[in-house]
Design a protein. Structure first.
Lengths: 111, 112
C-alpha cells in the first residue's frame, strides 16, 4: 500500500547471497523495517534501520539504506532453505506512524 | 498467554452476513491495526487505533467497522460480507509510535 514497491519473486541457490530490494515513499520516515512471513503464519520483525543510518548488520543480515533514492535493501548471506519465505519492507509514517507495507518478495531457496 | 491473538483462525461465511473478527493483546499497547493481505497487494491498512475510543480509517476501510472500548481488544466487523472481502486478515499492535509492530497469526476469511 501507499506505493512501497518490491519485486514479487526471487530465486537463489542454497549458500548464495540473496538481495531483496525496496523503494519507499516518504523521506521523513524515521524507521524502515523488514518483516518475514513464513507460510500460514503472521509477520515477524526481522530487522529495522533508523533513518540516520546507511547500513546495519545483524549476523547474516545486512540492511542498506539510500535516503537520497529512497531505496532499502536486505542482503541475506549464505542463504538457507529455511530462509524461504515472503519478505516485506515497511515504512512508518503519517499520523500515529502507521505502517505501510510493500507487496512482499517471495524468496525461494533451491537446495 | 502473553501476546496478540486473533480468533477465529478460519471462517467461512455467506455473502450479506455480518462477521466479526476478534483481536486481543496482553501488552496494553496503545496502537492497534487491522490489515488485509491479498496476493499482489501485500498488506493494506483497514483501520487503526491510537488508544481506547480513538480509531480512524486506513486505505481500504469501506465495508468495515471497528470499535475499541477496551485497550486490549480491537474487533473488526464486516457489516455485510462480500466476496471481495475474502482475504487473510491480520491484527497488529505496537507500544509507541517508533517501536516494532507485533502481528497476530491471521484470520483466513472466505465469503461464498
Amino acid at each position: 500500500g501507499e506505493d512501497v514497491e518490491q519485486s514479487l519473486f526471487l530465486s537463489v541457490r542454497e549458500g548464495d547471497s540473496s538481495v531483496i530490494n525496496c523503494t519507499y515513499t516518504d523521506s521523513s520516515s524515521t524507521y524502515l523495517y523488514w518483516y518475514k512471513q513464513e507460510p500460514g503464519a503472521g509477520l515477524q520483525l526481522l530487522t529495522y534501520i533508523f533513518s540516520n543510518m546507511d547500513m546495519k548488520q545483524d549476523q547474516r543480515l545486512t540492511v542498506l539504506l539510500n535516503k537520497k533514492d529512497k531505496h532499502l535493501s536486505l542482503r541475506i548471506a549464505d542463504t538457507q532453505t529455511g530462509d524461504s519465505a515472503i519478505y516485506f519492507c515497511a515504512e512508518s509514517k503519517g499520523n500515529f506512524n502507521k505502517f505501510y507495507f510493500g507487496s512482499g518478495t517471495k524468496l525461494n531457496v533451491k537446495p | 498467554d502473553a501476546g496478540i491473538t486473533q480468533s477465529p483462525r478460519y471462517k467461512i461465511t455467506e455473502t450479506g452476513r455480518q462477521v466479526t473478527l476478534m483481536c486481543h493483546q496482553t501488552w496494553s499497547h496503545s496502537y492497534m491495526f487491522w490489515y488485509r493481505q491479498d496476493l499482489g497487494h501485500g498488506l493494506r491498512l483497514i483501520y487503526y487505533s491510537a488508544a481506547a475510543d480513538i480509531t480512524d480509517k486506513g486505505e481500504v476501510s469501506d465495508g468495515y467497522v471497528v470499535s475499541r472500548s477496551k485497550t486490549e481488544n480491537f474487533p473488526l466487523t464486516l457489516e455485510s460480507a462480500t466476496r471481495s472481502q475474502t482475504s487473510v486478515y491480520f491484527c497488529a499492535s505496537r507500544g509507541t509510535v517508533d517501536t516494532e509492530a507485533f502481528f497476530g497469526q491471521g484470520t483466513r476469511l472466505t465469503v461464498v
